[in-house]
Design a protein around this ligand. Structure first.
Ligand code: TYD
Ligand code: MG
Length: 463
């Protein structure tokens, strides 16, 4: 039974209840409730035991009169990281960096701290996962300045807090938040109670000593940072480092950012000497595009930056009912919708075929502007006809598909178009725009777009 100062917290969703139960009332998962001390048990009790009493009055201040000294951001020297952060680390802020094991979180933070040391900043690297010797081995690969970063190997939360107060660094990396162990908490390190307790305590100290903290967190198989979502509201910024471990490309994106846009994406490549920023990812992806049947180039937007990626599809006859729909890098529901629209509006009916769609390079495109590229790749794969022009240049396109088969305008058409033209991929198939654009072949419907795309190779069609 729970004592008065503890309750039971679901390890998956963070739902709290006073009693233990086999199934979480919040998310319906079984066996996920673990006893944990209630944070700030006393005030919470006061609140639950009746209405709070009015206290002393605070004086509201007009926002105009609030003093806000311009803060100088801490530049990590890794341009893609700084951009995703919204222009560098904000002093005193907490950043949660999530990613699956082996993706390169320690490498990225190690490089950032190395650059900060070289720029004369005071840093601290707290490693709870690896020994100092292991951290050193990585730093040797990352270059000279990474070796100047002071490191402590510690898993006790209290010791880490004490070290932070004593050292007072400008930037500190905790690798990882799941290894920290708070005294007097029952849960194992990495459990919701422990993680929340540790993050809350670090946050409090960091704000006090004005230290920017990067909390490294492992991502569960469901993709949530630090298991449940308990940390996301606590921290200022949530970054997710994604990619396939086998592939060298990694993308860094912000899920939440109090000091910048959440739409920015940084692209990295893992090499022998650490992570290398891919400054022109479009060039890489277009260069790799095969132009074979089932392939086309999508002009997508990653935040404020246009990015050309290759969308690939494979259509294979199957006896399985229902047939398989596999989507990598695009939304699965979106794929189902596109298949339905195709079947109804001029495309093939694929009820007897497995359909696989993949965005090459392990990139994720979560935007409706990807619809047309997915549709064209599928039709091309189904017919076995390439969409590349006779010189082998892949077809570039963008646009949202409506349920009635029309093509709909998407944001930043001009920038998408300009990026494709940079690589000589004109004409670009896209939705009808209000103004005429050089290099754009506007298509009113998916039916029209299919006709235009498949007519790019007249001599083959005749053969
Ligand atoms: P790591 O940063 O330890 O991942 P994480 O902290 O997210 O678990 O590094 C992951 C992988 O990167 C590891 O398998 C080795 C590889 N790697 C390189 O290829 N080149 C390098 O320079 C470094 C430091 C690591
Ligand atoms: Mg690591």
């Amino acid at each position: 039974m729970a004592r008065n100062d503890s309750n039971f917290v679901c390890q998956d969703c963070g739902h709290e209840s006073l009693r233990w139960a086999g199934q979480c009332a919040g998310c319906g998962q079984w066996n996920t409730l673990v006893e944990a001390p209630r944070p700030n048990a006393a005030p919470a009790q006061g609140r639950r035991g009746g209405r709070a009493k009015s206290g002393e009055a605070a004086r509201p201040v007009a926002l105009r009169d609030v003093s806000a000294p311009a803060v100088e951001r801490l530049l990590t020297g890794i341009e893609e990281l700084d951009r995703v952060l919204g222009g560098g680390l904000v002093p005193g802020s907490i950043v949660l960096l999530g990613g699956s094991p082996g993706i390169g979180k320690s490498t990225l933070t190690g490089m950032a701290l190395g650059n900060l040391v070289a720029a004369g900043r005071k840093t601290l690297y707290v490693s709870g996962e690896e020994s100092a010797a292991q951290v050193r081995m990585r730093a040797v690969r990352l270059g000279d300045s990474a070796l100047d970063v002071p490191v402590v190997t510690e898993t006790s939360l209290e010791t880490v807090l004490g070290t932070l107060e004593a050292v007072r660094p400008d930037t500190c990396v905790i690798d990882s938040i799941q290894t920290l162990n708070a005294e007097g908490m029952t849960g194992a390190p990495g459990s919701v109670g422990q993680v929340r307790e540790a993050a809350g305590a670090i946050l409090e100290v960091a704000k006090r000593i004005d230290c920017a903290v990067i909390l490294v967190g492992h991502v569960t198989k469901e993709g949530a940072v630090a298991g449940p979502r308990v940390l996301e509201h606590l921290v200022d910024c949530v970054l997710l480092f994604e990619g396939e471990r086998e592939r060298s490309f990694r993308t860094l994106r912000a899920l939440k950012n109090r000091f910048g846009a959440t739409s920015e994406v940084g692209v990295f490549e893992m090499r022998g000497g650490g992570l290398v920023e891919v400054e022109d990812p479009s060039a890489r992806f277009v260069g790799e595009a095969s132009g074979a049947p089932g392939s086309c180039v999508l002009c997508s937007m990653e935040g404020t930056r246009p990015l050309l990626v290759e969308v690939q599809a494979l259509v294979a006859p199957t006896e399985i009912v229902p047939p398989r729909r596999v989507a990598n890098g695009v939304d699965r529901n979106r794929l189902a919708m596109i298949l339905a629209v195709l079947a109804r509006h001029g495309g093939p009916g694929l009820a007897g075929a497995d359909v696989f769609v993949n965005v090459a390079g392990g990139v994720r495109v979560d935007e409706p502007g990807a619809d047309l590229a997915v549709a064209l790749a599928i039709v091309s794969a189904h017919r076995g006809e390439p969409l590349a022009d006779p010189e082998g240049r892949p077809l570039a396109c963008f646009g949202e598909i409506g349920l009635t088969g029309e093509l709909r305008t998407v944001g930043h058409a001009d920038r998408r178009l300009a990026e494709a033209l940079k690589f000589g991929l004109a004409p670009v198939l896209g939705p009808p725009e209000t103004e005429r654009m050089q290099g754009l072949a506007p298509q009113a419907t998916i039916r029209a777009a299919l006709g235009t795309a498949l007519a790019r190779r007249p001599q083959e069609a005749a053969a």
